[in-house]
Design a binder for this molecule. Structure first.
Ligand code: GLC
Length: 735
């Protein structure tokens, strides 16, 4: 009897203690969703050991990375304490399995944040960023990024390593495909739009992901267009060319940034206290965190600023870089550095605080698992496919249209020729995430569908993308000889642009040019359709082509938008966000260049100095007439108000979108300024015969002012010009 009473007592004690213990764990403040995030962070931080803190500052890959340049064997046994993982699956199952280990098999149950390169879509791909910029439709890009976020978050990805907002002016650099072109303001506008699209209004929503501004900073200035190399960037240029997109992205609320590979005039981006701490944290008050680019911490060694991984870890961490992407520097050395007093506990705590803050804001502590869903629920929603298709339509740039060759009407036989004609894979573009090429209509299939029952569409390969095999020229010539018009589908393979994809020449391979030259002998209209990830050198093909379009790399919509442009179902409205040089020899060439001491000299002896197609060039099937510029005042004080207006009339016979680009020019300034600077743009649909008025509300200091090497914006008295197309008006600022 006595023994039973004792057993009951023991049971009662154990039961109640477990109950309270369980409740006690549930009562831990950092686990209480009702508590303010900052309190939850501090509570959790106070409970963490040194090792647990260090592990939060590391990111491994879960599975083999799909980026050829960063092949790495996955970390065999992923520790549940890891802060972040790069996630390569298109469903949340594996993520939830690993997350369960973090939540249930670790002392504090801190959730992992899963990141991935969702650059221009997850499964529903839309055009590469350089194409998106050519649409001049940031509202549409915002919608497209929201689609990417929904597909990614429902697939187990909480964080995208996007947008890439590196101003770039050298088409030899393969990564021009990933950014929004050569202009500072353009990259700033699209930076904000994409951050808003990815993050929405509530980061904890299961339809949003954390954004990551990259690559901070100046990566696009890579010498000679090669990757991972030196960038010569003065502080003046850092501020007047590269900082604005990041400032705009931070102001838009970007949760994270990624530090860059490049050496910024002697101090690599991943060990740069000035950019990572003085500007980003102290001036812009960014309260999220910075993740390194893959290996960019341990690469401080080959860059010559660290003797070993431990020193690299110290330099990067002290500069203000919170998370180590697959460098194996922080996990191996940060703890030691703290014990040696080289990194203080508070510095460590502040870094961990920033990572935890993003995790709390994402709602990962309260909902660490991604709900199960079907592929149908996750991908290719009809409304999302429509957004991708519209963006692909609006990104197409009509570069040439001699004698109104296009749209293609009243033709009965169309020959579709060239290596891109039936390609699906290459239309995906670089960083294709979970895109499926088999779901993409090729250009040939799209044209056949577009002209069904209207024209006979024939096909010939003609040649491969490169090489010297001319054996298929004759067959192509024979097929083309029976057609009314020849569409040449040419361009770049998917992996000819993107990371580590520099090309010494931006010309198309000779075999492609030769194919056009050979079939041109048939005397038929020649239409050049290009799918490319960079500006191309076209001075050889331009004179023999009747029409030229670039469709960039359109993603899932594939050839359908292009077919719509050919038939006239879609009136092209794209305009270049990056100059097309006359030839590679002109590079770097961009519209907002500084002035020459001798504008009428300093030319090349062998080629023109003008580009083939300049920034903002793009034709429509209609015509637009620009009236004279109007200004609300021609002379103002620096605190005055200025409104600019211009009326644009659609004088053609089809409706069309028109983007008005507003430039300023300050001919005399304390610091020499570019000959033109884009300060605003607006795209409107103007119906045929109608007139639209475009307005530019000028903030004099922001739009007329300039910025100095300390990032201070200033406005000087003097003459300024506001310019639209070939029109300009002088505005005087008087003290
Ligand atoms: C790559 C790229 C970066 C990408 C990262 C993860 O090296 O530079 O843009 O986000 O590694 O794949």
């Amino acid at each position: 009897m006595k023994k039973n009473i004792i057993h009951c007592l023991v049971f009662l004690i154990v039961f109640t203690s477990t109950l309270f213990a369980g409740n006690k764990k549930d009562k831990l403040l950092y686990k209480d969703a009702k508590q303010p995030i900052e309190k939850r962070i501090e509570d959790l931080l106070s409970r963490m050991t040194l090792e647990e803190k260090v592990m939060q500052l590391n990111q491994y890959t879960l599975g083999r990375n799909d980026n050829a340049n960063n092949m790495a064997d996955p970390v065999n046994d992923i520790p549940g304490e890891i802060g972040s993982l790069i996630y390569f699956s298109s469903n949340p199952e594996l993520r939830n399995k690993v997350q369960k280990k973090a939540i249930e098999q670790t002392r504090l149950g801190i959730p992992i944040i899963f990141g991935y390169d969702v650059i221009h879509g997850f499964r529903t791909l839309y055009p590469i960023s350089l194409g998106q910029a050519s649409s001049w439709n940031p509202a549409l890009v915002e919608k497209a990024c929201a689609v990417a976020a929904q597909e990614a978050r429902m697939s187990g990805v909480d964080w995208t390593f996007s947008p890439m907002i590196d101003v770039a002016r050298d088409g030899r650099w393969g990564r021009v495909a990933e950014g929004y072109g050569e202009d500072t303001y353009t990259n700033a506008i699209f930076a904000a739009a994409s951050v808003k699209g990815y993050q929405g209004n509530d980061l904890s929503s299961e339809k949003n992901v954390a954004a990551c501004l990259k690559h901070y900073i100046g990566y696009g200035a890579s010498e000679a267009g090669r990757d991972y190399v030196y960038t010569e960037i003065s502080k003046q240029t850092l501020w007047d060319t590269y900082m604005l997109p990041y400032e705009a992205g931070v102001k838009a609320g970007a949760a994270t940034l990624m530090s860059s590979f490049n050496d910024i005039s002697g101090t690599p981006g991943s060990a740069n206290y000035y950019t990572l701490t003085e500007v980003l944290k102290n001036r812009w008050k960014h309260d999220g965190f910075v993740v390194s680019d893959w290996g960019s911490i341990e690469q401080l060694r080959p860059q010559g600023v660290a003797a070993n991984k431990k020193e690299a870890a110290l330099k990067a961490f002290k500069a203000g870089l919170e998370m180590d992407m697959m460098n194996r520097c922080y996990d191996n050395h940060l703890g030691e550095l703290v014990k040696e007093g080289k990194v203080s506990q508070e510095q460590l705590n502040e870094a961990v605080r920033r990572v935890l803050r993003v995790k709390f804001r994402l709602g990962l502590f309260d909902r660490p698992y991604t709900p199960e869903s079907t592929e149908k629920e996750r991908f290719y929603r009809p409304e999302n496919l429509k957004i991708a298709e519209q963006l692909a339509e609006e990104s197409i740039v009509l570069l040439k249209n001699q004698n109104k060759t296009l749209p293609l009407r009243r033709v009965s036989k169309i020959a579709v020729v060239g290596p891109m004609a039936k390609s699906q894979w290459n239309l995906l573009g670089s960083w294709a995430a979970q895109g499926k090429s088999e779901d993409i209509p090729s250009i040939f299939d799209a044209i056949k569908a577009e002209y069904k029952n209207q024209a006979e569409v024939s096909y010939a390969l003609g040649c491969e993308f490169d090489g010297n095999d001319r054996s298929k020229f004759e067959e192509a010539k024979s097929i083309a000889s029976k057609a009314d018009v020849i569409l040449f589908c040419l361009g770049e393979k998917k992996d000819w642009s993107g990371e580590n994809a520099s090309r010494s020449s931006i010309a198309l391979p000779k075999i492609q040019e030769d194919l056009v030259m050979e079939l041109k002998k048939l005397g038929k209209p020649v239409i050049l359709i290009l799918s490319n990830g960079r500006p191309l050198e076209l001075n050889g093909l331009e004179p023999i082509s009747d029409a030229i379009l670039t469709m960039w790399q359109p993603g899932t919509p594939g050839g359908k938008p292009l077919a719509g442009v050919l038939s006239g179902r879609v009136n092209p409205s794209g305009k270049l966000a990056m100059t097309f040089p006359y030839s590679t020899g002109q590079i770097p060439i961009y519209y907002n260049h500084r002035r020459s001491a001798r504008p009428h000299q300093g030319k090349y002896q062998d080629i023109p100095i003008a580009p083939l197609y300049e920034f903002a060039h793009g034709l429509s099937y209609t015509t637009f007439q620009y009236a004279d510029l109007k200004a609300s005042a021609l002379s103002l004080k620096p605190d005055g108000k200025l409104t600019m207006e211009i009326a644009v009339t659609n004088t053609g016979d089809v409706d069309g979108y028109e983007t008005v680009h507003w430039f300023i020019n300050d001919p005399v300034s304390t610091i020499s300024r570019p000959v033109k600077e884009l300060k605003f743009f607006e795209k409107k649909m103007i119906k045929k015969g109608e007139t639209a008025t475009y307005q530019f509300i000028v903030d004099l200091k922001r739009d007329f002012g300039f910025i100095d090497e300390d990032g201070e914006r200033f406005l000087e008295a003097g003459d300024y010009y506001v310019m639209v197309k070939d029109k300009k008006i002088k505005i005087e600022i008087v003290n």
